[in-house]
Design a binder for this molecule. Structure first.
Ligand SMILES: Cc1ncc(CO)c(N)n1
Length: 219
């Protein structure tokens, strides 16, 4: 029987490269250049706006009211809470809101957001969730992974608030509900359908790793 674990284990190399990317390790060690983090934060604002659209698409791709409610809850959480927190967080890092609005997206941002939206547009609700899984579930796993690493710097690490946000019980509960939803859907599929979804998951995971790399390359 397939589950979220199947998507991960069949893309083990991609998943590890994403979770343990140099950008992530340097965040944990507190050695990431602040310019790299600022660049990442700005591009992540653009990502979150497209992420909100992806949940709008999930509402449209829904087949019943329960699915509509689930998509709507996620859309509202992003628009009302997450983007607001992100704008506040950017301000603390010296990036004013008006610097975010007409920012040009980096190629890595475009590649990732276009892939998610394109996958959802042409596929069904499960395709869209699988394309979003590395992002929703990955950040939760990355935060917990970092907290278990011997190189983690806790005192005076400027990135502690970021790590704690994704390690928080609130975020972890969101991760668990996404895993549960995916497990329920994946359990019913035949091998060919699972193989197709593994391919989507692998591409989305690689594009997430490219998003980290973009932070280091400052483009
Ligand atoms: C690129 C990216 N992936 C995932 C998340 C988690 O919401 C985020 N904020 N940004």
């Amino acid at each position: 029987m397939s589950s979220f674990e199947t998507l991960k284990s069949r893309n083990a190399g991609e998943w590890q490269a994403y979770r343990e990317h140099d950008f992530v390790c340097r965040l944990g060690a507190g050695t990431l250049p602040e310019e790299a983090f600022r660049h990442y934060l700005k591009q992540d604002y653009l990502f979150l706006v497209q992420f909100a659209r992806a949940w709008g698409l999930a509402v449209y791709k829904s087949r019943d009211l329960d699915e509509i409610r689930q998509g709507l809850d996620s859309l509202k959480a992003i628009v009302d809470v997450e983007i607001g927190l992100h704008v506040g967080y950017c301000a603390e890092w010296g990036i004013p809101e008006n610097a975010l609005a007409d920012l040009p997206p980096s190629p890595a941002t475009l590649a990732y957001t276009d892939y998610v939206l394109e996958t959802g547009l042409h596929g069904d609700l499960l395709d869209l969730h699988v394309a979003l899984a590395p992002c929703i579930i990955g950040y939760g796993e990355i935060a917990l992974w970092l907290k278990a690493q011997p190189f983690l710097k806790t005192d005076g690490n400027p990135y502690t608030a970021w790590i704690e946000m994704y390690a928080s019980p609130d975020y972890q509960a969101l991760v668990q509900s996404e895993i549960d939803w995916l497990d329920g859907r994946l359990a019913r599929l035949d091998d060919a359908a699972v193989a197709r979804l593994c391919a989507i998951f692998g591409i989305a995971t690689r594009l997430e790793a490219d998003f980290w790399q973009m932070g280091l390359d400052l483009i």
